[in-house]
Design a protein around this ligand. Structure first.
Ligand SMILES: Nc1nc2c(c(=O)[nH]1)N[C@H]1C(S)=C(S)[C@@H](COP(=O)(O)OP(=O)(O)OC[C@H]3O[C@@H](n4cnc5c(N)ncnc54)[C@H](O)[C@@H]3O)O[C@H]1N2
Ligand code: MOO
Length: 415
């Protein structure tokens, strides 16, 4: 191993290597697909006011407030019903003073009407099953309660004015944002283009997750795990490859990955064995030992001009490397906030080798919260991929600590 560095140094070097990701292009996405979780690149202004037109908030009767003002219990005001307005295409005729029209929720309020009396406040009680009878000479309504001008009338622009910001840049799009866009007639939104990451698993022992492992073979856990991690951090998996321990094949695969993606991520082939294929295939990048466990052996540099990070192959090491070195950079490049660490209290004492920062797997004792207790789950081994599935966080044990007592405060990295 050519160099030994601490975790913060390697984090800083990775950040410098990937600084170019901060300046992301944008792309348009349809609200009908693929928009959830994407980050709006710029403010969206409403092309129309919402509501677009004055409409009723209630099923009832559109009237002039002055006409029904004297109404009260035992002293109804009776008005002729001269029309019927449904929430349907069209524009109602203006309302003459001293008359009423039946109106449904969402229907345009006729000019001349300034309030809506809910049907419950009339002798009609409900409209259920009663279709338009306003043409009958006998059509009338007894109003038993007056209403103020403007009551139950939804004014144009009272939700959002035309030209006002309806969705802010930086919004992580969720269903309620889709609702606002659709209500304004916007079907395409401009979002930040996600970082495209190539995920390359190396190792002749690897079998695809849907394959059948023979003697000495293992299913590829890192490829699916890191692809999922990239997506969870707002990135896009531009290429997934699994390559054997043959430097020429690895080199070909990595050059292809470099041509297609913004970042290349490899796992395996970076320690002290005879077949360290990433080291052999990429003599131009830096390989070093980072004072942490898991995730000690690391590589970084460029292949054909594209940044490459070489993570160790042990599945826990690969995942911890992603969390510590890449997750926040990908999130921030995509416009997402970094994942905040949560200070916690150890539920039991831990021991740790001197000089290496340990990232132990931990789970919350009770509810997750700053200052809550956290317990170590599984052992420290970097192959304990199943044990890691029980973890909520990584417990960060400082390099200088050899023991931490029960009750000691520790930093954690949410998984
Ligand atoms: N003599 C030394 N040996 C090792 C050292 C060392 O410093 N001196 N470091 C150890 C540490 S720490 C780690 S971490 C590993 C890193 O090894 P590599 O990055 O070279 O990874 P491989 O040897 O290719 O694989 C290690 C282990 O992980 C399994 N693996 C690899 N890829 C996958 C995958 N995609 N899915 C599932 N499992 C995978 C592989 O089969 C091995 O069991 O080196 C230590 N050795
Ligand atoms: O540092 Mo390794 O990454 O212990 O497993």
């Amino acid at each position: 191993m050519s160099e030994r560095v601490d975790v913060e140094q390697h984090r800083a070097d990775v950040a410098e290597l990937l600084a170019e990701l901060a300046d992301r292009p944008t792309e348009e996405v349809s609200i009908h697909r693929g928009v959830l979780g994407r980050v709006l690149a710029r403010d969206v202004t409403a092309p129309v006011p919402l509501p677009r037109f004055r409409n009723s908030q209630m099923d009832g009767f559109a009237v002039r407030a002055a006409d029904v003002a004297p109404a009260g219990p035992g002293a109804p005001v009776t008005l002729p019903v001269v029309g019927d307005v449904a929430a349907a295409p069209g524009e109602p005729a203006p309302l003459e003073p001293g008359t009423a029209v039946r109106i449904m929720t969402g229907a345009p309020v006729p000019d001349g009407a300034d309030t809506v009396v809910p049907v419950e406040d009339t002798d009609h009680v409900t409209f259920n099953g009663v279709h338009d009878d306003s043409s009958a000479a006998s059509a009338k309504v007894e109003v038993v309660r007056g209403r103020e001008p403007g009551e139950f009338v939804r004014e144009p622009g009272s939700d959002v004015a035309e030209g006002a910001v309806v969705l802010r840049a930086g919004t992580v799009l969720a269903p309620h944002h889709v609702a606002a866009a659709a209500a304004c007639g916007l079907t395409r939104l401009t979002v930040r283009a996600p970082v495209s990451v190539a995920v390359v698993s190396t190792g002749s022992e690897l079998v695809a997750p849907d394959g059948e492992p023979g003697p000495g073979q293992v299913w590829d856990a890192n490829g699916p795990a890191l692809a999922a991690a990239v997506r969870a951090a707002g990135g896009r998996v531009g290429l997934r490859l699994s390559v054997p321990d043959d430097p020429e094949i690895v080199r070909m695969g990595l050059e292809r990955a470099a041509a297609l993606c913004d970042v290349v991520l490899t796992t395996g082939g970076v320690s002290q064995g005879a077949y360290e294929v990433v080291k052999d295939a990429l003599p131009e990048i830096t390989f070093r030992s980072v004072a942490m466990q898991p995730g000690g052996p690391q590589g970084l540099g460029r292949v054909a001009g594209t940044p490459v990070l070489a993570f160790p192959g042990n599945p826990v090491s690969a995942q911890v490397s992603f969390v510590v070195f890449l997750r926040d950079i990908l999130r921030q490049a995509g416009g997402l906030p970094p994942v905040e660490g949560v200070p916690a209290v150890l539920d039991a004492a831990v021991t740790s080798p001197d000089g290496k920062r340990q990232l132990l797997r931990g789970s919350w004792v009770g509810d997750a919260a700053a200052g809550a207790r956290v317990a170590v789950v599984g052992g420290p081994g970097s192959h304990l991929v199943a044990s890691m599935a029980a973890a909520d966080v990584l417990i960060d044990v400082p390099a200088a600590a050899t023991t931490l007592d029960e009750g000691a405060e520790v930093a954690t990295w949410p998984l």
